[in-house]
Design a binder for this molecule. Structure first.
Ligand SMILES: Cc1cc2nc3c(=O)[nH]c(=O)nc-3n(C[C@H](O)[C@H](O)[C@H](O)COP(=O)(O)O)c2cc1C
Length: 239
C-alpha cells in the first residue's frame, strides 16, 4: 500500500514524534512518501485563480503542486500533520491547502479521492488542536474523502516531549497507537465507504455544475464534470 504524508512543519518536534508512532504499524509493508512544509511547497497562492479558470498546470507553483497531487492520488492512506499555531494549522499547511482549492468539490475533485482514507494528527500546548484539525479536515472532506481519522492532543506541561510527565507521554502514546492500529486493520484493497454528507455535497455541486455547463459549455469546471460523466448517471464512489 502507498501512504503519503504531508508534514505541516519541518521541525522534528512533538508532531513529528506522534506521526512516527502512527506510522510504526505500517513501516514493514507500506511505501511511505513524505513531504515537509514549507520546503516542498514554499510559496503562497497569489490568488490569480488561473488553476480554476485555465487549469492547474498554469499555476506558478505547478511543479510543486503537480508532484504532491500525483502522490496524493496514488496514496491508499493520506496522513496530514500540524501543530496548533494560534488555534490553527501552520501557515505552511494553509499555503499548501490554498493551492488545492481547485480540487474542492465545487471545482474539479479527483474521483480517486472518494475511496480514500485519511488521518490528521494535530497537537498543541494547551488549546487549539481541534480547530487545527478542522482546518485540514475541511479540505480533505471537500476533496471527497469520507473516512477521516483524527488525533488531537494537548501537552499541558512542556513543549519538549522528554520534559512531559511520564503519565502524559503514556496517554498520548496510547491514543496515537490506538488510531494507528485502527487504520492498520483496514483492507486497503477495497475503497472506503462514501458517506451521505459527501454524497449531499456532491449532489449540490452537481446541480451547480449542470447550470454552469449549460450556460457556458467552455467553462473548465463544468466541462470536467461533463467529461467525468457526473452530470449524467456516473458517480465517483461507484467507479
Ligand atoms: C507560532 C506559534 C503559535 C502557537 N499557538 C498555540 C496555540 O494557539 N495553542 C496552543 O496550545 N499552543 C500553541 N503553540 C504551541 C505549540 O502548538 C506546541 O508547542 C506544539 O507542541 C509544537 O509542536 P511541534 O513540537 O511539533 O512543533 C504555538 C506555537 C507557536 C510556535
Amino acid at each position: 500500500m502507498n501512504i503519503t504524508v504531508i508534514n505541516g512543519t519541518e521541525k522534528h518536534g512533538v508532531t513529528y514524534r506522534l506521526k512516527e508512532m502512527f506510522l510504526t504499524a505500517f513501516r514493514d509493508h507500506a511505501n511511505i512518501t513524505e513531504y515537509y512544509l514549507p520546503k516542498d511547497c514554499p510559496n503562497f497562492c497569489n490568488g490569480c485563480i488561473s488553476c480554476t479558470i485555465k487549469g492547474e498546470n498554469t499555476c506558478k507553483d505547478a511543479a510543486y503542486i503537480g508532484k504532491i497531487d500525483k502522490s496524493l492520488l496514488e496514496a491508499d492512506l493520506i496522513v496530514m500533520t500540524s501543530p496548533a499555531y494560534v488555534f490553527h494549522s501552520t501557515g505552511a499547511m494553509k499555503a499548501l491547502l490554498d493551492h488545492f482549492a481547485y480540487r474542492w468539490m465545487p471545482h474539479r475533485p479527483a474521483s480517486e479521492m472518494f475511496g480514500k482514507r485519511a488521518v490528521i494528527i494535530t497537537q498543541c500546548l494547551g488549546a487549539g488542536a481541534k480547530s487545527t484539525a478542522m482546518d485540514i479536515k475541511h479540505s480533505l472532506s471537500w476533496w471527497g474523502i469520507s473516512k477521516i481519522g483524527i488525533f488531537t492532543g494537548a501537552l499541558m506541561g512542556d513543549i519538549v516531549w522528554e520534559r512531559l510527565s511520564e503519565k502524559k507521554r503514556a496517554e498520548l502514546t496510547k491514543k496515537v497507537e490506538k488510531l494507528s492500529q485502527k487504520f492498520a486493520r483496514i483492507d486497503y484493497t477495497k475503497p472506503a465507504y462514501t458517506n451521505w454528507i459527501t454524497k449531499t455535497k456532491f449532489s449540490i455541486c452537481r446541480s451547480m455544475q449542470q447550470t454552469l455547463h449549460k450556460n457556458d459549455p467552455a467553462y473548465l469546471d463544468g466541462k470536467y464534470w461533463a467529461e467525468q460523466g457526473w452530470l449524467g448517471k456516473t458517480r465517483p464512489w461507484k467507479a
